[in-house]
Design a protein. Structure first.
Length: 179
């Protein structure tokens, strides 16, 4: 996975993570607002980043050059099914490897901001994650206000109706990351 400027996203790669129906790659990340690119193909698709711990193929070759994405398979017309899931929707997408040594690119945009709780004392997002959001969340959390229900699945989707430690942890992680 790459950000809108095509820089690798930390933790945004998976190479044969395994599963019940063969080698499946899975990426699970909390992403901030922005545009992202998902590069999908068969083995070996590589840039200059190593695979994550837990991949079934952690020692596959990588590129010596930054900014290069390559694939070593001459196979064509391979189905590359994938899904992108957020707090309120899951999209199942069917794609096909475009050509020999090809890589399919998907682009998606993340909107919303878990830690953007209020703006100037008004309980609506203002596009800025700052101390006002921190104070507003803790006041809402302490009083049991639904504004603090930010986890499972989050503020952009139907909340779970329970204000608990999951909400506290989700807010702290989002606040620390700036989203």
């Amino acid at each position: 996975m790459y950000n809108g400027e095509f820089f690798p996203v930390a933790g945004g790669r998976s190479d044969d993570a395994g599963g019940t129906s063969g080698n499946r790659s899975t990426i699970s990340l909390l992403l901030g607002p922005g545009t992202y690119f998902l590069a999908i193909s068969d083995a070996n698709t590589a840039d200059d980043q190593r695979s994550l711990f837990g991949d079934l193929a952690p020692l596959r070759p990588i590129s010596d050059y930054r900014g290069v994405l390559v694939n070593s398979s001459a196979a064509t017309n391979l189905t590359l099914n994938y899904s992108i899931t957020s707090s309120d929707v899951s999209n199942q997408i069917r794609a096909v490897k475009p050509e020999r040594y090809g890589v399919y690119f998907a682009v998606f945009t993340v909107t919303g901001c878990v830690a953007d709780v209020v703006g100037a004392g008004i309980p609506i997002p203002d596009g800025i994650v700052d101390g006002n959001d921190f104070i507003a969340f803790f006041n809402a959390y302490a009083s049991g206000d639904p504004l603090a229900d930010v986890a499972d699945p989050g503020p952009s989707g139907p909340q779970d109706g329970i204000i608990d430690g999951d909400d506290f942890i989700a807010f702290i992680n989002a606040y620390a990351a700036g989203f």
